[in-house]
Design a protein around this ligand. Structure first.
Ligand code: KG4
Ligand code: ZN
Length: 334
């Protein structure tokens, strides 16, 4: 059995988790800083870094206690090295290296995007490859063809705003607060998704996405019709985003002959997206890998799971490796 301590500090969640053999989650502790950032309407990098410094030690201690294991039972320490806020990343990376040194176990640097992908296999480890991943977070929207562990081909990505960014910007405009995704998800249940037909950009063309025009269409509609019902706007906006995401994901899965479709990233916590995604997989007769909501948003169990496969594939990460705010998903070149 390989037991890995995962650490995640790339943005505004301070998280630690203990995972055995890439999918037994022995503990997963997430301390959200959302209250610290809410009054600024978004994440303030300096505040995030300082909060990680305060929170990380107790969060790691809690993860070990909840897992019911001793320090000596940890076989490796994995931490997110990018992409993310550099000050925030360095807190987790430094702590992980220090623990690895003290415990005399390997340190493994983990790509945050790859960690979101591996969240899909925490609940469902019997992976049948190849699969197509729809990765939808605050900073990324991608369709990825996964041929093997660590073997990715990019099929498409957003050419402007990420899906989560669109949720956050539209929610802010509608006065629903931060973070916007959960707020829109909630209020949309009271609205009519057919009330307004918002545009579905580049729907029939390839696997790229564009959400910036949709955001502008929402703003223009509300300016023109100030009396419009906010739940109707939220529901119609959400319908447009989910329609594009699911249509392109199932088309991609069919094109590459994928045996399954996987969902990941914070937006994968969205109720309508989860429902439509599962319906599409049933209709197309392919396996659906949909992580629990807690494993969709930032957490450290996914970091430990991705760390497990990276350690097997690449061995330990040198201790002089730093954080990389712009780290990309490693793609196959041929
Ligand atoms: O993966 P994540 O926790 O952090 C990044 O790596 O970016 O994703 C955060 C994003 C935010 O934009 C947030 O509004 C969105 O995920 N989100 C949601 C929901 N929960 C979180 N979007 C739509 N519906 C939700 N229920
Ligand atoms: Zn994330």
């Amino acid at each position: 059995m390989t037991t890995i301590l995962g650490i995640e500090t790339s943005c505004d969640e301070t998280a630690a988790a203990v995972v055995a053999d890439a999918h037994h989650v022995l503990s997963s502790v997430v301390s959200s800083q959302v209250d610290l950032h809410a009054r600024y309407g978004g994440v303030v990098p300096e505040i995030a870094s300082r909060a990680h410094v305060d929170l990380l030690t107790p969060v790691v201690a809690q993860a070990l206690v909840e897992a019911g294991i001793e320090d000596a039972d940890i076989d490796a320490v994995a931490a997110t090295v990018g992409p993310g806020l550099i000050g925030a990343l360095l807190v987790g990376v430094s702590a992980a290296k220090a623990l690895a040194l003290v415990w005399d176990v390997p340190f493994v640097g983990v790509n945050h995007l790859e960690a979101h992908l591996y969240a899909a296999f925490l609940d469902d480890p019997a992976i049948e490859l190849p699969v197509v991943f729809l990765l939808v977070s605050g900073g990324h929207t991608m369709l990825v063809h996964m041929e093997g562990h660590g073997q990715y081909r990019l099929l498409g990505q957003t050419i402007d705003d990420a899906a989560g960014e669109a949720f956050d910007k539209v929610a802010r405009y509608l006065g629903l607060g931060y973070p916007g995704g959960p707020a829109i998800d909630r209020i949309a249940t009271e609205g009519d998704p057919e009330a307004i037909r918002f545009p579905r950009a580049i729907m029939d063309d390839g696997y790229d996405f564009s959400f910036s025009g949709l955001k502008t269409a929402v703003i223009n509609h509300v300016r023109k019709h100030p009396e419009v019902s906010t739940p109707d706007v939220a529901a119609s906006f959400q319908e447009a985003v989910v329609d594009v995401l699911v249509t392109k994901a199932r088309r991609a899965a069919a094109a590459v002959g994928a045996r399954g479709l996987c969902l990941g990233g914070g937006v994968a916590a969205n109720s309508l997206l989860r429902e439509r995604f599962l319906d599409a997989c049933v209709a197309d007769g392919i396996h659906a890998y949909v992580p629990s909501r807690a494993m969709c948003t930032d957490n450290a169990a996914m970091v430990a799971a991705a760390g497990h496969w990276r350690l097997l594939q690449d061995g330990p990460t040198p201790l002089d490796a730093g954080g990389d705010p712009n780290l990309k998903l490693p793609l196959l070149s041929t």
